[in-house]
Design a protein around this ligand. Structure first.
Ligand code: SF4
Length: 373
């Protein structure tokens, strides 16, 4: 089954740390973009292809009106064989929703919401130039429950400028107190040209030392364990049965099609990316020109590297027997010497066919994964 990703590249304001493909919201541009999206979905579609997830990511998908979400879901239904037990996720920013809008999304078929909360501390939200307050995030969460959502995820960011371990844990505890079905904990990455980098220099805000970042991660995961969440990926925890089915496709050697400006796709051992510029995307669609660039077949070696690299993100890790069946490679024979170092250091564990990172090992995930690429 495929996953379908729909990119909505509009935001009400641009956050000072953001490195995503997005631009300022413009109602007229949005109308043209939605028409282009419908065309791209219709032209790419194939009723012989089954899909079981649709993911509206951004940008800020919650800037779409519910009937606009319905239009895109309908376009997907016309173009693909969408499974009855579909998961349809919409990323939402707390300030851009109310109960009526959320009920409209639910009626449009959205059955999973992912709120970009980032922090429950006002001072941190201000530093990140986010538009919402902690109180608005809590209200949006309650509105979503009242609107009938029984699958809600919250995003939190750690290692923020000026954030101490106790500050971070306050946000984690407030998130746990709300009782979401899923949580994603991301480490803030500061890009050299991000306005936040300048603001940090001017205000003398710094990120906590590496040891504190490790404590933030490990303590948060411990508290989430105690609260009944199960970690299933480096940055993601969920209640039973509430893992993100869409995101799991990225980590389990799956296939997905991305629609919209800058969207990525991987299908049938071919990978491509759409043009990043929203104007360019709309113009190309209007002219009947391809929007995919960088289209290239993946060699078996690349596919193997990706399967190992992304598989190690999961707490279940990589199934070496499945790798052998699919790619004809004995992981241990090929990489054993390099992997052994991490096994001996307690970062990596080998349990029958399963190869996985320990929680401490997840702190060194990039180092271990580099063995495969
Ligand atoms: S809301 Fe998200 S996508 Fe939009 S600017 Fe902020 S971080 Fe970037």
């Amino acid at each position: 089954m495929l996953g379908l990703y729909v990119h909505i590249p509009f935001c009400a304001a641009i956050c000072n740390y953001c490195n995503f493909n997005r631009g300022l919201f413009d109602p007229a541009l949005k109308m043209r973009y939605l028409a282009a999206l419908e065309t791209e979905i219709a032209c790419t579609g194939d009723r012989a292809l089954g899909a079981d997830t649709i993911y509206f990511g951004g940008g800020t998908p919650s800037l779409l009106e519910p009937d606009e979400v319905t239009r895109i879901v309908s376009a997907c239904e016309r173009a693909f064989a969408i499974a009855a037990d579909r998961e349809i996720t919409l990323e939402a920013n707390p300030e851009s929703v109310d109960e009526k809008r959320l009920a409209g999304y639910r009626a449009a078929g959205v059955n999973r919401l992912s709120f970009g909360v980032q922090s429950f501390r006002g001072e941190e939200l201000t530093r990140l130039s986010r538009l919402h307050t902690a109180e608005r995030a809590c209200l949006a969460y309650a509105e979503a429950r009242r609107a009938g959502f029984d699958n809600i995820s919250l995003d939190l960011m750690m290692w923020l400028p000026g954030q101490r371990v106790a500050d971070w844990l306050e946000s984690v505890d407030r998130a746990i107190a709300l009782g979401p079905d899923h949580l994603s904990l991301y480490l803030l990455e500061i890009y050299p040209n991000a306005p936040l980098a300048d603001e940090m220099a001017r205000a003398a805000w710094s990120q906590a030392p590496d040891e504190d970042a490790a404590t933030m991660y490990l303590t948060a995961m411990g508290r989430l364990d105690a609260a009944g969440y199960e970690q299933y990926e480096i940055s993601n925890v969920a209640r039973a049965g509430r893992q993100s089915r869409h995101n799991l496709k990225y980590w389990t050697d799956g296939a997905w099609l991305g629609f919209g400006s800058g969207a990525h796709s991987t299908h049938d051992a071919v990978r491509w990316k759409n043009v990043s510029s929203t104007e360019d995307y709309i113009t190309r669609i209007g002219r009947g020109e391809p929007v995919a660039i960088d289209q290239r077949p993946l060699s078996p070696e690349e596919r193997l590297g990706d399967a190992l690299f992304t598989g190690l993100r999961l707490t279940n890790g990589v199934n070496t027997e499945r790798i052998r069946a699919r790619y004809g490679v004995d992981v241990w024979r090929r990489y054993g010497e390099d992997l052994e170092i991490y096994v001996n250091a307690g970062c990596l564990r080998r349990d029958g066919e399963r190869l996985y990172l320990t929680r401490e090992g997840m702190l060194l995930a990039h180092e271990v994964m580099a063995i495969f690429v």
